[in-house]
Design a protein around this ligand. Structure first.
Ligand code: GLU
Length: 417
């Protein structure tokens, strides 16, 4: 392994650790590590200017032992098969930990969607979805948004799938617009879960949640609303950032004003009145109580882990801390609330959306949020109790619970043939 561990290296190291704690044998370990199905598809896209661009797309169904595969689709230039394998594996443990009846999956296209027009994005998404038609479906594999994709992307996938099958199948994707079977509360669910878990963890570790300073890296779908909900709940947001850089004000930022700025077409938070400009690297190393990395994986590695001053890190993103950074943070007493717990609110409400679609009976936003709150508190309580009981980190405990549930499903189902 040269340099910092990749997402796939990190995911395998985390699994190894859980397997060791659970005393699972090598065969079961192999079964839990290897993706059940992984496909690569070519996605030919006719650009608006008439030239043909052929992109690489992926879908990995990591594990199906507990139910249909579930997980997002990302459009990002650095997406490749290994990254998607790691993200799919994390979905498996996340769904098991959240106690929802799914396996894990992830998909993506190696592309920068910001460089495409709206109609190019639509053609690319529909062609990719058409390639996945044999694999996905409400009882087989249910995609959702992730980095670089949104409600509109899900609407195109739902429409493409439904057109191919000949009937409307809202349950084939989650994170859809409300008008076609989306769920109230889905858009903010990941961020709401981050806030709930962060407050539970802060209180448990002797930090007053109403008197903490917070830095949020990534001001996208997860980070922007996490900043908003943490602020609304009483925390002081002192820094946020996006791909272009960050803004800092030790007196506190107003996330709603920053959100309005980006929603009105401002392409970055940088330059917001009353703030100092900082880099993403500086944001990660700020002296704050709580750091929420909510962008991409591998932003905290052995290279910068020693410089992290936050007392607690709550992982809004998947895999923002690579495996070589975890022991350093542990050694420095930084409490890490791991991704599969911290951002599990998104897939929890995806599950609620799928349940509503299947029943064709929809819940109010309060019902969704109350049930989300129950799931997050239960999952946090289970992880925290096991971490204390075994004397391990919250990450190790979360993986032990998730992996044990999947291993148990394999044992109970037995092996075919
Ligand atoms: N992409 C999100 C995640 O990483 C949501 C997945 C889903 O709702 O299926 O958890």
């Amino acid at each position: 392994m040269l340099g910092s561990p990749s997402a796939w290296d990190t995911a395998r190291i985390q699994l190894e650790n859980a397997v060791r704690h659970l005393g699972l044998d090598d065969g079961l370990h192999d079964l839990l590590r290897m993706p059940r199905r992984a496909i690569t598809v070519s996605v030919p896209l006719m650009r608006d200017d008439g030239h043909l661009l052929v992109l690489s797309g992926y879908r990995v169904q990591h594990n199906l032992a507990r139910g249909p595969a579930k997980g997002g689709i990302r459009f990002h230039p650095s997406t490749d098969l290994d990254e998607v394998k790691a993200l799919a594996m994390w979905m498996t443990w996340k769904c098991a930990l959240m106690g929802i009846p799914y396996g894990g999956a992830k998909g993506g296209i190696a592309v920068d969607p910001r460089l495409l027009s709206l109609s190019e994005r639509e053609r690319m998404t529909r062609r990719y979805a058409a390639e996945l038609v044999p694999l996905i479906g409400p009882e087989k594999d249910i995609p959702a948004p992730d980095v670089g994709t949104d409600e509109q992307t899900m609407a195109w996938i739902m429409d493409t799938y439904s057109t191919h099958t000949g009937y409307t199948a809202p349950g084939v994707v989650t994170g859809k617009p409300l008008s076609i079977g989306g769920s109230a509360g889905r858009a903010g669910a990941t961020s709401r879960g981050v806030q709930l878990v962060a407050f539970a963890a802060l209180a448990e570790h002797g930090l007053d949640p109403y008197d903490v300073t917070v830095a949020v890296q990534g001001f996208g779908k997860v980070g922007a609303l996490a900043a908003q909900y943490l602020h609304d709940a009483g925390a002081r947001i002192v820094a946020v950032s996006d791909v272009k850089g960050g803004v800092y004000n030790p007196q506190g930022l107003n996330p709603a004003a920053l959100l309005r700025r980006v929603q009105r077409g401002g392409d970055t938070v940088v330059g917001h009145p009353g703030t100092d400009t900082i880099t993403n690297a500086e944001l990660l190393e700020l002296d704050v109580d709580l750091l929420v990395p909510a962008a991409l994986e591998g932003v905290i590695t052995a290279t910068n882990a020693d410089r992290i001053k936050a007392r607690m890190i709550v992982e809004g993103a998947n895999g923002p801390i690579s495996a070589d950074a975890d022991p350093i943070l542990d050694g420095n007493g930084v409490v890490v609330v791991p991704d599969i717990l911290a951002n599990g609110g998104g897939v929890a409400v995806s599950y609620f959306e799928w349940v509503q679609d299947i029943q064709a009976y929809f819940w109010t936003e309060d019902q969704v949020n109350d049930r989300l709150c129950d799931i997050m508190k239960r999952a946090y309580g289970e992880v925290s109790a096991l971490a204390t009981e075994r004397g391990v980190s919250l990450r190790a405990a979360a993986h032990i619970i998730g992996v044990a549930r999947v291993a148990d499903a394999h044992r109970t189902r037995g092996l075919y043939p």
